[in-house]
Ligand binder design. Sequence first.
Ligand code: ATP
Ligand code: MG
Length: 345
Amino acid sequence: MRIDALALRNFRNYDALNVTFAPDCNVIVGENAQGKTNLLEAIVYLSSARSPRARAEKELISFGKSECSIKANAFARNRDFLLEIALAAGRRRKILINKVPVKKGSDLSDVLGAVYFCPEDLLLIRDGAAARRKFMDDALCQLRARYAQALSDYHRAYEHKTRILRDSEEYPSLLDTLPEFDLRMAQSGAVIIYYRARFCERLKEYAGIAHRECSGGREELGVEYQTVSTISDPLAPIETIYDQLRAHQASHAAAERASRMCLSGPHKDDIAVTIGGVNARQFSSQGQTRTAALAFKLAEREIYREITSRTPLLLLDDVLSELDPRRQEYVLNRILGGQVFITCC
Ligand code: ATP
Ligand code: MG
């Protein structure tokens, strides 16, 4: 897959931009704040309608403007695609694929896939659990439309439930609606756990290989998915996970009402990482955890390739300058084969 041409209007700091790209490696060079990261963000957005850094869609629209557009000519699955996204303040975003409107970001993911790697990702192992959940979510939302749907259902139900529990002291009758949200969270939560568990199995293998190679065979990386304590086997069928989530909810219902908080569920998931058998977050050196983070990102690309038989776009935002020569060489030796975008100052 590849992007041949990109046109931006009122996107971030771009009033109007038209660029064409090479099918293999594209190096984007510029001063600080010229818009290199913004350009990569537009490409990632075209692959999933998810921005790697914006919290709200409207952040993508240029300051002082009310709408923006991203258009690209892409080639994927042996045919040409015209991808168009239009965002407008206060309105639903519009996505068109070959002039046909589509509803979901996952329709874009059927055309393009992207692995985005920026310096903050080098903290993936040291950061809090939310960073590792985001890593799994970004990868899986592109690969599995069902996962993307479940994640969005889960978040919506979670937010409702959190609000109900929070406001229940003042309005006790709100609690009557709780069972409905518990049901939805168990349904979508089971799908999330099912896919995350499988993803972590592949991650363990691919990141393990990359870490071993990058550390000159000296270090073993351990990767283990951690989810709700009562799930006996996260690799079990979705129905089994669902039943165990329901049982968990029942046994925690009183505690949740008392604490007025949503206590457990896949929103607390994590990936436990060990290097040489010890907890990496607590004990490993900065270099070791950076190598592991690098291994995670390279593994993401391999997992994508394994599942889809296609090579996703690889976007390296300023990341090479953050790596020592040995790791730089390791990354550069592994990026051949697909379309790559590298930014540097
Ligand atoms: P660096 O080398 O420092 O990483 P960069 O080239 O990656 O720089 P970007 O992060 O792409 O720079 O940002 C370029 C500029 O875009 C910033 O100065 C930022 O303030 C501006 N910018 C961000 N969002 C918007 C927006 N919605 N409207 C207008 N400008 C924006
Ligand atoms: Mg940047």
